[in-house]
Design a protein around this ligand. Structure first.
Ligand code: ATP
Ligand code: MG
Length: 761
């Protein structure tokens, strides 16, 4: 059934005779709209129950029969009318009865309710002035219109005739003035009988709709244009070429460390022309090195670097950089479950929908399998599912570290979820044991993370413990014997929350990798308090994801901008978010960081809409004022068409304190941002690429050297953060919030103390 049926229903409502028909349709369109989330003008795709209920109604009760019913609509009713639950009929009957009771209250003017609203409207319109009313009736009418203008139901219904929520109060006010100026006595009496509330709103609405169609054609056209331009429904149709291909999709489905990526890469290397899409620069670099080492020429393409290998027909890229213009024999999309990531999910969705490859290998856990099945059937792609099991079992060590980091052993990876904690743990371990620690966390450049991973993997040195953040969850091949969770809560940008089970599984699964020297993978916690939550997470089946991420292309934003001139770019993004329409399997990716950058760049004059859009995707830590300042400077120079320079001093030696280390991290991020911009904008405006690359390499080296000797107390970028209390013997971690927010009784019985339990992660 075509879109806009709700509006179609309203038109029927307002143009045909008959109380029951009108009420039934009103009731039904109301059902449709109320099923939408609040504040969302996602117009309902036609709800088959709309038709089913009317059809049931017709067959069950001849008094509701609709003899002159629209033919096309009627045939749809008949097609869909068989499986409608009786409860809805009862509900509908009750609704109609209530209307009949309301009619009785109207004191002899019930025929007004049965009149064609179009006819009522026209009579009002053509009247020269208002007919006389009593003072009491005027007061009551004033109340009725005040209630109508505040009615959420009416405001929602108005969307169907493209009266937006922001314009509705104005339209309702003008309608009130019109009504009072031209008021007809019988209609007024009928309304006064109904009183303010639902019945009056439902009576007034079709007259209001008719009024709006005549009075506000421009507003309606504008709002309709805006809604149509923010249409993100049916994203698979955005890639007609990929859709026209008969693609073979192979889903390598299984837990961590089960050989999914390995097998997909075998097919990639055997192909004549292949692309590997990675979730991280680090992993793209690793595949690039590995594949070239095996004699398959492969280029590298990430946001920050393009390494072209002569004669190569293969490319390893980050998923955001995937080319949907080129044709490939084989494509690999790694960590496909990231489609549901609330920030970056759109990149995986785009890769899957848009890649022009005969064969696409998806590697990931089973959480998005159902969504992938749906996409394949919509697209006409052939789907094959390959199941995997872990090479080595993952075992939970129930003893834990008993709250004491002195129980750390060689081959342990202690996982903490903030930079500050990572350095606290490193400091404590190195102070109280003979172990030396490597560190890996998100703010480190990929090169440094790799250098630290190599140092840890290498058996012939003293660095035998790894302290890492969740950045360790993906991509690196590490010789980890045991993953120890320092805690199981983390800051999510807003507040401290338990680490999601899927992430706990992913991180714990790093232990006992195939090829490592350890027979099993072990996972445990520092504190006994957290053990139950760890077990619960590992036991939990994978989520069945219902929705995956989507974000508009620039062209879609541009189209939308054409509909609402004179708004700033941040306002434009805000309005797009409010007005875009999405199918049930998709969500709009969160773009708070994009809005933050957009707000900052508002002061920069002379950037085109496209420039603003692109600048907003630059990799910048929005919580780091220094990095934000540099981005602002880069954008200002770019806007003035000046060569963008890197005004930054180069440190001479490795860091001697945490603030110097933080400075190195920021400097590397700024250089990385410069390189990213140089690949996304006119190259000639960024003439210092070579210099930036050299500086970035030097800083990554300095970072590696700094980490090797780091033995200072960590500082926080935001001084406001409270620090944990020091204990006499060195450290005390913050109390586990898992313990605080979990009702644990149901998991307590899951594992007797001292028991080693095998679980799949
Ligand atoms: N058939 C194989 N022969 C030799 N090594 C293998 C084989 N399969 C996998 N490996 C090795 O086992 C390790 C884990 O494999 P892989 O990275 O493919 O797992 P995965 O399922 O993709 O894990 P994750 O979900 O953590 O990415 C890798 O070091 C990989 O090289
Ligand atoms: Mg993998």
């Amino acid at each position: 059934m075509a879109r806009g049926t709700a509006s179609h229903l309203l038109r029927i409502y307002s143009s045909k005779h008959g109380l029951f028909r009108a009420r039934v349709l009103s009731f039904q369109s109301n059902r449709c709209f109320n099923s939408n989330p609040p504040n969302s003008p996602n117009f309902p795709s036609p709800d088959p129950s709309t038709y089913q209920v009317i059809n049931k109604l017709i067959t069950h009760n001849p008094k509701y029969s609709l003899p002159n019913f629209d033919n096309q609509l009627y045939s749809t009713l008949v097609e869909n009318g068989n499986n409608f639950p009786n409860s809805a009929i009862v509900e509908l009957d009750q609704n109609v009865e209530k209307i009949v009771l309301d009619e009785e209250k109207t004191g002899g003017c019930e025929h007004i309710g049965a009149r064609d609203p179009v006819e009522i409207y026209r009579k009002f319109r053509d009247a020269s002035r208002s007919e006389k009313q009593t003072r009491g009736d005027w007061d009551m009418l004033t109340e009725i219109f005040s209630s109508f203008s505040k009615s959420g139901w009416a405001s929602n219904q108005a969307l169907a005739v493209y009266i937006g929520a922001s314009f509705f109060p104005t339209a309702a006010h003008k309608f009130r003035n019109f009504f009072f100026k031209k008021c007809q006595a019988d209609v007024a009496k009928y309304l006064v009988g109904l009183g303010p509330g639902d019945a009056a709103d439902r009576f007034l609405f079709p007259i209001f709709a008719e009024f709006c169609l005549e009075e506000f054609p421009d507003e309606i056209k504008r709002f309709r244009g805006m809604i149509d331009s923010a249409d993100l429904t049916k994203p698979h149709t955005w890639f007609p070429f990929a859709r026209a291909m008969k693609r073979k999709i192979i889903y390598h489905c299984g837990p961590t460390n089960s050989g999914k990526t390995y097998n997909a890469l075998q097919c990639f290397m055997e192909a004549k022309k292949g692309i590997y899409c990675s979730p991280l620069r680090l992993l793209a670099m690793e595949v690039f090195d590995k594949v070239n080492a095996l004699g398959v020429y492969c280029s590298l393409h990430t946001g920050q670097e393009k390494k072209h290998v002569p004669f190569s027909h293969h490319v390893a890229c980050t998923v955001e950089m995937v080319s949907i213009d080129d044709m490939f024999d084989v494509a690999v999309i790694d960590e496909i479950q990231m489609m549901s990531d609330r920030h970056r999910g759109y990149a995986w969705t785009r890769a899957l929908l848009g890649l022009k490859a005969d064969e696409i290998h998806l590697c990931g856990d089973p959480s998005v399998l159902n969504v992938v099945r749906k996409i394949c059937s919509e697209n006409g792609d052939e789907l094959y599912e390959n199941r995997y099991e872990r090479f080595k079992p993952l075992v939970v060590e129930a003893k834990t570290l008993l709250g004491d980091l002195r129980n750390v052993r060689s081959g342990d990876c202690v996982v903490a979820f903030s930079r500050r904690e990572i350095f606290e743990v490193k400091l404590a371990i190195e102070k109280h044991t003979n172990h030396r620690c490597c560190v890996i966390y998100g703010a480190l450049p990929p090169e440094t993370r790799r250098q630290q991973a190599t140092l840890f993997n290498d058996q012939d040195n003293e660095f035998d413990v790894l302290v890492a953040s969740d950045a360790v969850g993906m991509g690196l091949n590490l010789n980890i014997r045991r993953v120890v969770f320092y805690n199981l809560s983390k800051y999510n940008g807003d507040k401290i929350v338990p680490v999601p089970a899927s992430q706990v599984k992913q991180i714990a699964g790093r232990a006992g990798r195939r090829g490592s020297v350890y027979p099993d993978g072990l996972a445990t916690t520092l504190h006994l308090d957290d053990l139950d939550y760890l077990i619960e997470c590992l036991k939990k089946p994978f989520d069945d994801v219902q929705k995956i991420g989507l974000f508009p292309f620039f062209e879609q934003i541009e189209l939308f901008a054409g509909q609402i001139p004179n708004v700033t770019f941040p306002q434009l993004l805000e309005k797009f978010g409010e007005n875009c329409r999405l199918d049930g399997s998709y969500f709009l990716c969160q773009h708070e960081h994009i809005k933050k950058v957009a707000n900052m760049l508002e002061k920069v004059q002379g950037l085109s809409l496209e420039d603003r859009f692109n600048f907003c995707f630059a990799p910048v830590n929005i919580r780091d004022p220094k990095a934000m300042y540099h981005l602002l400077k880069f954008a200002s120079s770019y806007a003035q068409n000046l060569p963008v320079s890197i005004a930054m001093g180069m440190p001479k030696c490795s860091a001697r304190s945490d603030s110097e280390l933080l400075d190195l991290e920021t400097k590397h991020q700024v250089l990385s941002m410069y390189l990213w911009l140089s690949y996304h904008f006119k190259e000639e405006t960024f003439p210092y690429v070579k210099k930036a690359e050299a500086m970035a390499t030097d800083i990554a080296d300095l970072l590696g050297q700094s980490l090797a000797k780091a033995c200072w107390k960590p500082e926080s970028r935001q001084q406001a953060k409270s620090k944990p209390q020091e204990k006499k013997d060195g450290y005390e971690r913050p109390r586990s919030i898992i313990k605080l927010c979990e009702k644990k009784s149901h998991v307590k019985s899951a594992l007797p103390a001292g028991h080693l339990e095998k679980v799949a992660a």
